[in-house]
Design a protein around this ligand. Structure first.
Ligand code: NDP
Length: 314
């Protein structure tokens, strides 16, 4: 495992990390989730991603129990949570000072931790002035409840405003963004954010490197029964297949076959070729998937400039 600096901070994050969206609670129970976390950690993964919204808080409760059981030193891993969708009531959602304060404390309780390493605003909140959010995050840093804060799927314009407000009021600005980035979804990461990496030293923890599994090629014929698109409450995800030209996915599968790689491995290593990626957050509903995905690191050298051109041409 190699480690990259998270933006312009001194934090060294493993280039592959592991997240719990959809999988924890819905597809993985405590034992299988613990096997996955344990395997990842043994392979050098040091970052585990979570959010208040995942399985309505149950994902954090599960991860908290696993961390307690595994007993890893708190100085050996990085944990995140995200605030935005905490419940149905108006005070339980968004990025107000109140909800940020409540969400952080609740995540700490569920995860059984004293502090979060990374705390993300899960989406932008047009109802809350950005300065209020910046101030609330700054307060949590001063209280020692979080170490770094960031955004997820914010526009470049809003990220810039957050930085300007932070400078103006002598507060800590956002360090990292968590956007979707994969062979299919590139626009925002490569174009909209282009100037932010250097200008603000922005790090990135990118999500859905396999576009929810589409880039494994397993959706090319039909939707497999045992996949997240069939998980109760996540059926809406299957709409995303309709937006993809599956013939192109077939072509990517062929490229990976010629290299003796699994399509998932090609897709993950393609993300890592971009140096503005600090870490690729993997998802896996089975230990075998996680093993296959982490193993991709052994094949870095296969993604030569010619192969990258071939992929990008598709
Ligand atoms: P991926 O795009 O990699 O999708 C992961 C899913 O693809 C797995 O759960 C599994 O689904 C399938 N899969 C993975 N590996 C394989 C394999 N080798 N062979 C076959 N199928 C495979 O990542 P996620 O969408 O899960 O995103 C990763 C993480 O990013 C999340 O856990 C979360 O922490 C974060 N995230 C953040 C978001 C945000 O808004 N900030 C949004 C979404 C995710 P299955 O077995 O069910 O088919």
């Amino acid at each position: 495992m190699e480690y990259r600096k998270l933006g312009n901070s001194g934090l060294k994050i493993s280039e592959l990390s592991y997240g719990s969206w959809v999988t924890f609670v819905n597809q993985l129970n405590q034992k299988s989730a613990m096997d996955c976390m344990s395997y990842a950690y043994d392979q050098g993964v040091n970052f585990f991603d979570n959010a208040e919204a995942y399985a309505s808080g149950e994902s954090e409760i599960l991860m908290g129990k696993i961390l307690k059981k595994l007993g890893w030193g708190r100085d050996t891993f990085i944990i995140s949570s995200k605030v935005f969708w905490g419940g149905e009531l108006p005070t339980q959602r968004g990025l107000s000072k109140k909800h940020i304060h409540d969400a952080c404390n609740a995540a700490l309780t569920r995860l059984q931790l004293d502090y979060l390493d990374l705390f993300f605003c899960h989406r932008p909140d047009p109802d809350t002035p950005i300065i209020e959010t910046v101030r609330a995050m700054n307060d949590l840093i001063i209280q020692g409840k979080i170490l770094y804060w960031g955004t997820s799927e914010w526009s470049a314009k809003d990220i810039t405003i957050a930085h300007k407000e932070a400078v103006k009021h002598n507060l800590v600005g956002p360090l990292m963004e968590q956007p979707q980035y994969n062979i299919i979804h590139r626009e925002r990461f490569e174009k909209e954010y282009k100037t932010l990496y250097k200008k603000y030293g922005m790090g990135t923890t990118i999500w859905s490197p396999l576009a929810s599994g589409i880039l494994t090629g397993k959706y090319n014929k039909s939707i497999p029964q045992k996949s997240r698109f069939k998980v109760k409450g996540y059926e809406w995800l299957s709409d995303s297949v309709q937006d993809v030209d599956l013939k192109k996915v077939d072509k990517l599968v062929k490229i990976s076959k010629n290299l003796n790689l699994k399509p998932s491995q090609l897709a993950i290593q393609w993300c890592l070729k971009n140096q503005n990626v600090s870490t690729v957050i993997l998802g896996a509903s089975k230990l075998s998937q996680l093993k296959e995905n982490i193993k991709s690191n052994q094949f870095k050298a296969l993604l030569t400039d010619e192969i990258m051109d071939e992929i990008n041409n598709v």
